[in-house]
Design a protein around this ligand. Structure first.
Ligand code: UD1
Ligand code: MG
Length: 447
């Protein structure tokens, strides 16, 4: 791959009506990130050093997103959605070509790869004035058809609405992504007209304009799943599925075992080390690190968590942001961990909530232990020392600390600090009524 630098225009001002959403279409997420974010990051990764996003006037949410996540990206409003050609003109007036190839991308086509972007930019660097990204499909409805001349050279793109029957039969279609030389964009983008079936300014007319001006037009092709556009929630799900496939393949390629890959949901930013094992039906949200030899057992849900070496989670565990587990930790079924640091070898094996806490190395947290970290207004911390043993069904009312090696008797409600190696117990004395069970039964069966 060469390193052709280019300028990107990302078109995102369409109405997105079929999403039936108050949220702008490009902000709908796949892999836990807005589609627009994927496109921007792919453009950057491919060598785009200037990016302009074209938005609709009412899409202030897109501008806010760009400001917070991608402050170097220029946002420009397209007053009326007069077509893809008009949107590209709007971007051109905002940032110009920067004297380098221009790549036009769509905010609703998020799976395009950096390699494909780079191939298009390279075509321009090697002398083409227009390069179109096409793909073969058996269901071309809705796409612009790539029309070739007798020599097999691309001569025009004909939109579905303007196509005759013969053109409609063409299976090679326009993915939407196009690249232009700076000269081509500067000299001809402004000359597009809206003299067509939809009364729109078609960016695709740039092909026929280039041919008429004896400019060089080329095309490259991609796999159809890479250029799947999103117009509806059903498309969004298709694109999510394709993205998940990519993320799973990448994880397995770097040495992670996925026992049933199609049931595991990953995020793009997960840091995996090799020889980790992910059992079926696991969801890994954003911001997770899973270290070597760790095992995430079935039906667990993780977000913002660090899982240390050889640590075992689940089945049925939930790790929330700020869960930081060192090595050889064990988290069992129906355990929730939030904003808590667990040192080497600590165990929380059953039915517990550990939040706003630090747990020392080798501590054992019994079944049903709850850190009572919230009084309805503020959050408080629980500290448990190394080697401490917390008996089952203990409520630790924070702020509270339990020293190294201390033992808490089962069923206790701990409100005061417990010093190292002490034993604390809060338990109502047990009362025995001799033969009380038998007497109760005989009374009941008589009545
Ligand atoms: C476009 C192509 C078609 C291609 C298809 C691939 C044109 C004329 N047609 O058609 O050849 O096969 O994509 O999906 O380019 N947008 C704006 N402002 C506008 C209009 C659109 O920003 O005024 C944006 C949309 O938000 C979207 C993109 O441009 O991200 C494509 O627009 P859309 O209306 O979906 O174009 P298609 O009719 O699908
Ligand atoms: Mg479309």
């Amino acid at each position: 791959m060469t390193e052709t630098k280019f300028t990107s225009f990302i078109l995102a001002a369409g109405h997105g009506t079929r999403m039936r959403s108050d949220l702008a279409k490009p902000l709908h997420k796949i892999g836990a990130k807005p589609m627009l974010g994927w496109v921007i990051e792919t453009a950057h990764a491919a060598g785009s050093n200037a990016v302009c996003v074209v938005t609709a006037p009412h899409h202030n949410d897109i501008e806010a997103y760009l400001q917070s996540a991608y402050s170097s990206v220029t946002a420009v409003k397209q007053k009326d959605a007069l077509g893809t050609g008009h949107a590209a003109q709007t971007a051109l007036s905002a940032i110009g070509t920067q004297n380098q190839p221009v790549l036009v991308l769509f905010g609703d086509t998020p799976l395009i790869t950096a390699e494909t972007c780079q191939r298009l930019a390279d075509e321009i660097a090697q002398g083409a004035d227009v390069c179109v990204l096409g793909f073969e499909t058996t269901t071309p409805t809705g796409y612009g058809r790539l029309v070739k001349d007798d020599q097999g050279q691309l001569s025009a793109i004909i939109e579905e609405a303007d196509a005759d029957e013969a053109q409609k039969a063409i299976r090679l279609v326009n993915a939407g992504v196009m690249a232009f030389s700076a000269e081509m964009a500067d000299e001809h983008l402004a000359s597009l007209t809206n003299d067509n079936a939809q009364g729109e300014y078609y960016l695709t007319d740039m092909v026929a304009i280039a041919v008429a001006n004896e400019k060089k037009v080329t095309s490259v092709t991609a796999q159809s799943d890479e250029v799947q556009g999103v117009n509806s929630r059903a498309d969004l799900a298709k694109v999510e599925a394709a993205l998940q496939g990519r993320l799973r393949d990448a994880a397995m390629a770097m040495g992670v075992t996925l026992q049933a890959p199609e049931t595991v949901f990953l995020s793009s930013d997960t840091i995996f080390e090799k020889d980790s094992i992910i059992e079926p039906h696991v969801v890994i949200g954003q911001g997770c690190t899973i270290k070597q030899g760790a095992c995430i057992r079935a039906f667990s849900h993780l977000e913002g968590a660090v899982i240390g070496k050889d640590t075992i989670i689940g089945p049925y565990a939930r790790l929330r942001p700020g869960a930081v587990l060192a090595d050889n930790v064990k988290i069992g079924n129906f355990v929730e961990i939030k904003k808590a640091i667990l040192d080497d070898g600590a165990k929380v094996n059953h039915l517990s909530y550990i939040g706003d806490a630090t747990i020392g190395a080798g501590a054992n947290i019994g079944a049903g232990t709850i850190t009572c970290n919230y009084d309805g207004y503020d959050k408080f911390k629980t500290q448990i020392g190394k080697g401490a043993f917390i008996g089952s069904n203990t409520a630790l009312v924070a702020p509270v600390s339990v020293g190294d090696g201390a033992i808490i008797g089962a069923g206790s409600t701990i409100t005061k600090d417990v010093t190292s190696d002490d034993l604390a117990l809060t338990r109502a004395p047990q009362k025995i009524v001799p033969q009380g069970g038998a007497k109760f039964r005989s009374r009941k069966s008589k009545s």
